[in-house]
Design a protein around this ligand. Structure first.
Ligand code: FEO
Length: 398
């Protein structure tokens, strides 16, 4: 059933409470998600984005109950990922000649997904679409927020920005609007979404927001493609994005490790004690990478000033529970973060050097040579770890 957003704008999406993993298995969605699609019914009828492929038939059936599909004038595809374009094939079976508005890059990505020659209309920033009753949609290309094909549009008179993935969250809810949901849950999911998806594009986030703010357009709502619609103070999430995009950090140290026989865990705990007793106001958090949700760890790294990463040496390398996370960290290109490595060894002891190299390549500032402990840490080795933590705490609290 459609839900009223404002005036003649309706939500026609899908709430997916059951979703626990997204992007294949790449992103944990502890609180499910929503695929927000919108119907604007002015003199012209417009569909903005659709829903994820598994819900395509349900989406089109529901839409038929709301509108004669032949009366749809325009379809806007802001982004090709199948959580938004997934119902296009089902919809286009019914209305094959209707125009689909998208960016030049989306022409490539949508055709690449569906191999169909639909009636595409390529638009660029500043192009407008008159939808009657004195209203128009203004298109804004948003490359790398978060794909090269991404696009927003602004609905005049109603003052709504349709932002696709930007400003979203994977947060299933039946309330629809930001002011009605649990605020803590909402912001946790917003931060996780930014940290895991938008971090590499932070410079572009700032540029795009600035470009939009320079237009001085009134903003009553931001209609995202995941999670809530921002109707209460929509500027709050824009301000958060500007903060998060600018080398964000809190007074936090995150220690991430993997361990075979607990030696590296003991190192991690003694390093943590050294930090905590030296700088009690620092929020020190420890995660065993093999047991913890990697997207939650990435969110904690995003919040940190300093991260410490440890693994025992195995076959001249590091444990696989950590290796996947390190690969992801490399791609996220965190800014304004310090790091150091540690690990146990028995024979050759390469792991901390391997980790240090990975951290450096990922853009972290290495603030100390690695801490190493041979075999299981004895009291002397534990004290060395404590001192390592103490020294790091002094470095970052200065
Ligand atoms: Fe929500 Fe980039 O898809």
């Amino acid at each position: 059933m459609k839900k009223l957003v404002k005036n003649n704008v309706y939500w026609i999406g899908k709430v997916d409470w059951d979703l626990k993993k997204f992007h294949g298995d790449e992103y944990s969605t502890h609180k499910g998600s929503t695929y927000n699609s919108y119907l604007i019914q002015e003199e012209k009828n417009v569909i903005i984005d659709t829903v994820w492929q598994p819900f395509a038939k349900e989406y089109v059936e529901n839409l038929k109950k709301e509108i004669d599909l032949q009366k749809i004038d325009y379809i806007i595809a802001n982004h090709a990922e199948i959580d938004h374009s997934g119902a296009l094939p089902e919809l286009m079976k019914e209305i094959p000649d209707k125009p689909i508005y998208c960016t030049k890059n989306a022409l490539d990505s949508i055709k690449g997904h569906y191999h169909q020659d639909w009636n595409f209309k390529v638009v660029k920033t500043g192009d407008t679409l008159d939808i009657g009753n004195g209203k128009k949609l203004i298109f804004v290309e948003a490359p790398m927020l978060h794909w090269p094909d991404s696009m927003f549009e602004y609905l005049t008179e109603d003052n709504i920005l349709f932002s696709n993935d930007a400003f979203g969250q994977h947060y299933a809810n039946e309330f629809l609007f930001n002011d009605l949901v649990d605020q803590n849950e909402l912001m946790v999911e917003c931060l996780k979404y930014y940290a895991n998806i938008l971090t590499p594009f932070s410079k572009l986030v700032i540029q795009k927001i600035q470009q939009f703010l320079d237009l001085n357009l009134p903003l009553d709502m931001i209609c995202t493609s995941h999670g809530v619609i921002w109707r209460d103070n929509p500027g709050q999430i824009v301000e958060k994005y500007l903060l998060w995009a600018d080398g964000y950090q809190e007074d936090q140290v995150t220690i991430v490790y993997d361990t075979m026989w607990n030696g590296t865990r003991i190192m991690a705990e003694n390093i943590a004690r050294g930090i905590t007793e030296t700088a009690p106001k620092l929020n020190v958090k420890l995660f065993n990478a093999a047991h913890s949700d990697k997207n939650d760890i990435i969110t904690e790294i995003f919040k940190s000033k300093l991260i410490l990463v440890g693994s025992p040496t195995v076959n001249k390398g590091i444990l696989t529970g950590l290796a996947g996370l390190m690969e992801e960290i490399k791609g996220l290109r965190f800014q304004n973060k310090q790091a150091a490595a540690f690990g146990t060894y028995g024979w050759s002891g390469e792991s901390p050097v391997v980790i240090q190299k990975m951290l450096k390549e990922a853009g972290f500032e290495i603030v100390s040579e690695p801490a190493k402990a041979k075999w299981n840490p004895d009291e002397e080795a534990k004290l060395k770890c404590y001192k390592f933590g103490e020294s790091l705490a002094k470095t970052i609290s200065n």
